[in-house]
Design a protein around this ligand. Structure first.
Ligand code: NOJ
Length: 956
């Protein structure tokens, strides 16, 4: 059970409490007006950017705080709003307690999170229409977007095609806690007998605002010194007409976010984003977890919009939904629901991007343009990973490896947790248990398998360990509030933390991974970064004190949620430079993350439990990662804590094959549970599941390529594929793989022998294995799911690439032939793509890849393969194509094949560039009649066409 008392509630987090109270006061005050006004005389508009000054009127009315505002209109159709505080910006404040911290609000989150998409719109234009009290700007494609900026009180409405989609400060909750000096109140001595009277007096003297957490704050025995005083930034953002909001991972919640302030089944706490090592985290909770992506999207029929709140400090988000019933007098108008959100961060700038869609695809693409797309992984990284805490010796590793082979179970990567190190000193091997790491690596290399070793950010503070010596000597550790090296407690005991905000720390870190430095590592070693929230066992909320200091003088408070990304990034950079000339795509798994982490690796959902509820929750959690720009994600298969029953373990593998990052992992106190352990029939069933993952690796790899080039999720929720289907918006227990129409519904209930699958549209859906037909839009369909059966459907209209030969690792499939499964739609047509590259290097960036579009034209009864690689011939491309020249399509299966093919015995195949004599080759066609609810199907065996070539198969 999670220890709630270790983590703050909103009430225990001063700034959250203050801002929620502010919201309550606003709601309870009928005459409430936001005290923020944009001074019209300061407004300037130039080159797509509006600037001005907002004045915050303090109670009493005379004093005003100056807040510089910018609203930038971007070429991509986004708008970015920033608000700073002039006094802090100018450094015109006094820090308390000799603090060495910076004086400004943190303004550097973009350096870590943003990599593009900032081109300013040249077409954005002020609307000259005179409208007292408002400034209007048209922007976006063909000026379809409009920002209506109200001066007093300040607020912005963002419109698309004249309809308001997003509103800032509608409820008047904008709140920039401005700097003020602490006024020390004289402490009067109490005289006996005066007790009660005194209390009365103090009550009356108390200021309206609750100052109790302005100057310092204690929790769990730790006191935060808060040298800059209160500095929160908060804003309400409304989505009128939107009932569903998604995103803001990481929480163990459903995809469609519940309300947090009253209403059916509401949470009582806001969603919290404050990366933390939450031991035995609970289900269905807005509690914070290990990572944070402050990107939220709102969805309704015909429209998806969103906001990205670029702030790295502790953040809380309230979600409120208001149902507006239909007005009985206005016939025909339906009631609708509005969603209002309230964003509250402890410090930093207000910096918000507004997305106006209108499609879910626009949102993921534009968010990816800003924060970067998923790095294209090596092909092994999307195969199966076998981990546990711990494989205890190098012999143990080899033994596990041999057993996978003995049982003919495919796997690619074996992992080492912290016990491989010598006394928890990273970059060392325990001399008694890992006697010969070189030999171990060589053993794995035989089947082209890899090893992932854990390297955490806490460095053991002990004598005679070169890493800590260098860290201290070079001054690269995170500092405490007094500017000395911060010392805390983690796995190794007393430790210090490398400060990867510091470029010099990254340079140093890179050196540690060179083969001659990290002795015993090899070209098939890859890295796992854990505990990078950072986890500090004796720190407040199991992390660092907020008044710790990072490079540049920023307080930990300001950068906390980015911390994990900086460490992950440093390791990624290091893996690029292990050896001169050896440039391969790194693989680094992280636990903590922020917007942008997708550029440097994969994540997993941390320490889950071997319970059915955790298996169930993993699906919406991984789906949410996908639509939030970090799709290379997965959960520990089998559950980290505890021992799963054999049934649960089996079902978890059957679900885990759909995690983009697919790894079995277990706690040190659990029993062994490698897939060969449970025995009959479980081992065989798990093996079949693993084979299914391996068979579909071509589809997965293509889906990763799509994510890496368009920002699309790898597994996709119903609303993303069917954005018009209102009934399915909240469906989050089934998923589509890439653009393939492969619809999976993992079994997450004990004892189930069927599942019900929701079909959003009226295309035919076929069972993956036996082609049973399911059809009927907007309905649940019962699909059998006895233990040995994985519920997986294929939607009509898609062509799915596979590799059907079972192998021991994905590397051994590199030159295997492909099978194409053509699933015909209602009109008898289908389409699909395939992306293949060397799976290892960056040559694909110079065009060395195969990218094909396969189409089956139902009218002409012709199937074609056309080229999608628009690179011109280069040496790299030509060499790659040469290496793949013999790789062919060995089978084409057509599901829903028309009856007329019954008598057809052959098709005509032609390949581009073939010799005259080899053009138009007849190849046999076999047709199989539909039986009891199943589709008829046909197969073309060995059309002898190359996967990298253009070709045509004529079925007419
Ligand atoms: C915590 C991680 O979440 C878990 O996966 C790992 O096994 C332990 N740390 C030990 O390194």
């Amino acid at each position: 059970m999670v220890k709630h008392e270790n983590f703050k509630t909103c009430d225990q987090s001063g700034f959250c409490k203050r801002n929620r109270a502010f919201a309550d006061t606003a709601a309870a005050t009928s005459s409430w007006t936001s005290p923020y006004a944009l001074d019209p005389t300061t407004i300037k508009f130039k080159d797509g950017k509006l600037s001005g000054t907002i004045l915050k009127t303090l109670s009493g009315g005379d004093e005003k705080v100056r807040l510089p505002l910018t609203v930038t209109f971007l070429e991509s159709g986004l708008a970015r709003v920033t608000l700073d505080e002039e006094k802090r910006q100018k450094g015109d404040i006094v820090l308390r307690g000799d603090s060495k911290a910076r004086k400004e609000r943190y303004n550097d989150a973009h350096t870590w999170a943003i990599v593009g998409g900032l081109d300013v719109s040249q077409g954005a234009a002020l609307n000259e229409k005179v409208d007292q009290g408002y400034t209007r700007v048209f922007y976006g494609e063909a000026g379809k977007h409009e920002a209506v900026i109200q001066h007093q009180p300040f607020g912005i409405e963002f419109k698309r095609d004249g309809v308001t989609q997003v509103k800032f400060n509608e409820r008047g909750l904008l709140n920039m806690e401005h700097w003020r000096p602490k006024v020390e109140k004289p402490v009067e001595e109490k005289k006996e007998g005066e007790e009660e009277k005194k209390e009365e007096e103090t009550k009356q003297e108390e200021p309206k605002e609750d100052e109790s957490t302005w100057w310092d704050e204690s929790f769990g025995g730790n006191t935060d010194s808060k040298p800059r005083g209160p500095e929160a930034v908060a804003l309400d953002i409304s989505f009128p007409g939107y009932e569903h909001v998604f995103g803001i991972p990481e929480h163990a919640t459903r995809l469609s976010l519940k309300t947090t302030r009253g209403g059916d089944g509401a949470y009582s706490e806001p969603y919290r984003l404050y990366n933390a090592d939450v031991f035995e985290y609970e289900m269905d909770s807005p509690m914070t977890l290990y990572g944070a992506i402050p990107f939220m999207q709102a969805h309704r029929k015909g429209s998806t919009v969103g906001v990205f709140w670029l702030n790295a400090a502790e953040t809380w988000i309230d979600v409120i939904k208001t149902k507006n019933s239909a007005n009985p007098l206005s016939l025909g108008t339906k009631g609708h629901t509005d969603t209002q959100t309230h964003w509250i961060s402890e410090s930093g700038l207000l910096d918000v991007f507004v997305f106006l869609g209108p499609t879910p695809q626009d949102l993921t693409r534009q968010y990816g343009e800003l924060t970067g797309y998923t790095a294209m992984p090596q092909s092994f990284a999307i195969a199966y990973h076998q981990c546990r805490w711990n494989y205890v010796t190098d012999e143990d590793v080899k033994d596990v490896d041999r057993k996978f082979d003995k049982f003919k179970i495919p796997y690619d990567v074996i992992w080492l947790d912290i016990e491989y190190t010598h006394e928890k000193k990273y970059f060392t091997w325990d001399p008694l248990t890992f006697v010969n790491p070189d030999k171990m690596h060589k053993h794995l290399k035989k089947r082209d398998r890899k090893l992932v070793a854990i390297i955490d950010p806490h460095i053991k503070n002990t004598d005679g360990y070169h890493v800590i010596d260098e860290l201290k000597k070079k001054g690269l550790a995170v500092k405490n509030k007094d500017g000395n090296d911060y010392e805390g407690w983690c796995w190794p005991g007393s430790s210090m933390w490398v400060d990867c905000f510091n470029p010099a720390a990254i340079t140093w870190w890179k050196g540690l991974f060179k083969y001659d430095s990290f002795k015993g590592s090899a070209s098939n070693t890859f890295i796992w970064n854990d505990m990078n929230e950072p986890s500090v066992f004796n720190g407040p909320e199991t992390t660092m004190p907020k008044d710790n200091l990072h490079h540049g003088g920023w307080e930990h408070r300001d950068v906390h949620n980015i911390n994990g990304l900086t460490f992950h990034n440093a390791t990624y950079q290091a893996m690029l430079e292990r050896k001169k000339g050896e440039i391969r795509r790194p693989f680094v798994l992280t636990r903590a993350f922020y917007s942008g982490s997708q550029r440097v690796g994969a994540m997993w959902t941390g320490d889950n439990l071997a319970e059915w509820s955790h298996l169930e929750a993993s699906i919406p959690m991984v789906l949410n990662q996908g639509i939030s720009g970090f799709p290379f994600s997965g959960a520990d298969v089998g559950g980290f804590f505890g021992n799963p029953s054999k049934e649960l373990l089996t079902r978890w593998y059957q679900a885990g094959i759909y995690y983009p990052f697919f790894r079995g992992h277990a706690h040190i106190d659990t029993r062994r549970r490698e897939p060969y352990i449970p025995g009959a029939p479980y081992t065989e069933i798990i093996t079949q599941a693993l084979r299914l993952r391996y068979q579909l690796l071509p589809a997965w790899y293509t889906a990763f390529h799509e994510a890496a080039t368009t920002g699309a999720p790898i597994i996709r929720p119903n609303f993303y594929i069917h954005p018009e289907d209102e009934k399915g918006f909240a469906v989050d227990d089934q998923l589509y793989i890439g653009s393939y129409g492969l619809l999976a519904k993992p079994v997450t209930k004990e004892g189930a022998d069927s599942v019900s699958v929701y079909l959003a549209d009226d295309q035919p859906y076929y069972d993956y294995f036996d082609y049973t037909l399911y059809q009927g839009a907007g309905k649940e369909h019962t699909v059998p799911a006895p233990l040995e059966k994985i519920p997986l459907l294929m939607r009509g209209g898609h062509i799915i690439p596979r590799r059907d030969r079972p192998r021991r690792s994905s590397a051994l499939m590199k030159f295997d032939p492909f099978t194409l499964v053509v699933v015909l739609d209602k009109d008898g047509s289908a389409q699909g793509t395939l992306y293949v590259d060397d799976g290892e290097t960056f040559d694909y960036q110079q065009g060395a890849y195969i990218h094909r579009r396969f189409s089956f034209d139902g009218k002409r009864q012709i199937m074609t393969s056309t080229n999608l690689n628009d690179h011109r011939s280069t040496a790299k491309l030509d060499n790659y194509l040469k290496s793949m020249a013999k790789v062919r399509i060995e089978k084409v299966i057509i599901i829903g094949a028309p009856k007329e093919w019954k008598t057809k015995k052959q098709v005509i195949v032609s390949e581009e560039g073939a010799k005259e004599s080899k053009r138009k080759i007849p190849v046999g066609l076999e047709w199989f009649e539909a039986s009891s609810g199943k589709a008829s199907w046909a197969v073309v065996r060995d059309p002898k066409v190359g996967v990298g070539r253009g070709w045509k198969i004529d079925f007419s």
